[in-house]
Design a protein around this ligand. Structure first.
Ligand code: ATP
Length: 422
């Protein structure tokens, strides 16, 4: 396994069943070109002689089944070829799911519903990406659900989302996000409000069942669900809850035998629990890198992956909106009003007084029309950030993907903040 810190232009000749792994240095970009042969990046086939640009911090693996010639230019933190990859095992898993899809279509039943679980940094999102791309390449339209509230691939951090995937992901831009269904959760870990997290998972499960009953193709194609890395204690209970809510019949456990054995013990008999190895290429991310990734996701939401979007900035009078937060601080049972349980606090819709404390917080625009609606389970129409507050004029300034006015007046405040500085 040759390793180097690359600068400038590098040529890599890859043998069959090997992959070129590289990371883009901070503050740099790397251009990649497939000069000869066939290769793919996380299940998306590369086009010969098309130059793809990867941005700072990107961690990429170019895999080839039959050999290829790759050219890289730019500054990589690390770039090496590895022949030790679990790709054959992953493609076999895809083949098994493909068989389930064919049986579903033949018997007019449901396609595979797959929950991908495992600790942090084992390649869960990457495996989902791969399985979705392969399914689409076989002519299917699977539903992708992402309940990883820390590093969400569908919307911004602090949300849960679902969408139908109809095209392979673009190697630079990812999956095209047509009409995703997004729910506001408001924290970057399910541990901060497991009660709310489980309610939203159940809601998503319900909607997906309804949609799959309506859209036959998605029903046969199945559902692929990505989860976060919280697998102990309440996190384990949340995994079991998600398995039930999405009515999964396959659970893929990446890289943890203990979790695999626990799930084998606890899942109903009809659920296939499979243990898959993680790829040696998956890069571990420390707390700082995770925070940077989250910031990058929020920035991408407003500015696009390549700064191709132009968000709007405008003032909103305080009186035009109502801001709420979900969940009140826990009180000891003895201090709760009569008949109220400790868990009820976690789903309480609490009004937020507009003032300097709301600045920089991500706000989700709720689809609920009034406070009488079930705000908790209303999906998000989009997100804004409050970038400035004028207490005297009773107005605040927002960063918004679309021009004024805001489509609805109920905003849900996220714990997660974003400072709009380049
Ligand atoms: P999380 O803990 O956030 O749930 P995860 O288990 O979903 O993480 P991924 O996000 O899939 O892990 O992978 C972590 C990082 O490793 C990503 O940046 C991904 O692009 C990179 N990566 C995955 N597979 C490989 C590989 N074979 N070679 C190089 N980089 C890889």
């Amino acid at each position: 396994m040759a390793e180097d810190k690359g600068e400038g232009k590098e040529d890599y000749k890859l043998e069959a069943n090997s992959e070129l792994r590289f990371e883009v240095e901070a503050g740099a970009t790397v251009q990649l070109e497939l000069a000869e042969g066939k290769a793919e990046i996380f299940g998306t086939e590369l086009t010969t002689n098309r130059k793809c640009t990867f941005l700072a911090g990107a961690k990429v693996a170019v895999y080839t089944w039959h050999g290829c010639h790759i050219k890289l230019s730019g500054r990589t933190d690390v770039a090496y070829i590895s022949k030790d990859t679990p790709m054959t095992i992953y493609v076999n898993t895809h083949q098994a799911l493909e068989q389930m899809r064919h049986i579903a279509e033949e018997h007019v039943t449901r396609g595979p519903r797959v929950l991908v679980v495992g600790p942090t940094d084992v390649g869960k999102s990457t495996l989902c990406h791969l399985l979705l791309n392969y399914a689409v390449a076989c002519g299917h339209s699977p539903v992708f659900v992402d309940i990883d509230v820390g590093q969400n691939d569908i919307a911004i951090p602090g949300t849960l989302g679902a969408m139908v995937v109809e095209r392979p992901a673009d190697v630079e831009e990812g999956f095209s996000l047509t009409a995703p269904l997004v729910f506001h959760y408001g924290h970057n870990s399910p541990a901060q409000n497991p009660t709310l997290f489980n309610i939203l998972v159940s809601k998503l499960g319900e909607i997906i069942n309804t949609k799959c009953n309506e859209i036959k193709k998605s029903n046969y194609s199945g559902v692929i669900i990505n989860t976060g890395g919280w697998v102990r204690g309440t996190g384990y209970d949340a995994i079991k809850h998600a398995a039930g809510a999405f009515e999964v019949d396959v659970v893929i456990v990446l890289d943890q035998e203990r979790l695999y054995n626990e799930l084998k013990r606890d899942m109903p008999g009809f659920v296939k629990v499979i243990l898959l190895p993680k790829s040696g290429g998956v890069v571990e991310r420390n707390r700082n890198i995770r925070t940077e990734f989250r910031d990058q996701k929020v920035r991408e939401y407003f500015y696009g992956t390549r700064n191709s979007l132009f968000p709007h900035t405008f003032e909103v009078p305080f009186a035009e909106v109502k801001i709420f937060k979900i969940g009140a601080p826990s009180l000891p049972a003895s201090c709760l009003p009569l008949g109220m349980k400790t868990g009820d606090n976690k789903t309480k819709v609490v009004p937020v007084t507009i003032g300097p404390t709301v600045q920089h917080h991500i706000m989700s625009i709720s689809s609920a029309s009034s406070v009488d609606h079930n705000i908790l389970e209303a999906n998000s129409l989009g997100f804004i950030i409050i970038t400035g507050i004028d207490m005297e004029k009773q107005k605040f300034t927002v960063l918004s993907p679309s021009p004024r006015p805001l489509p609805k007046s109920i905003l849900l405040m996220s714990d997660i903040q974003f400072m709009d500085i380049e």
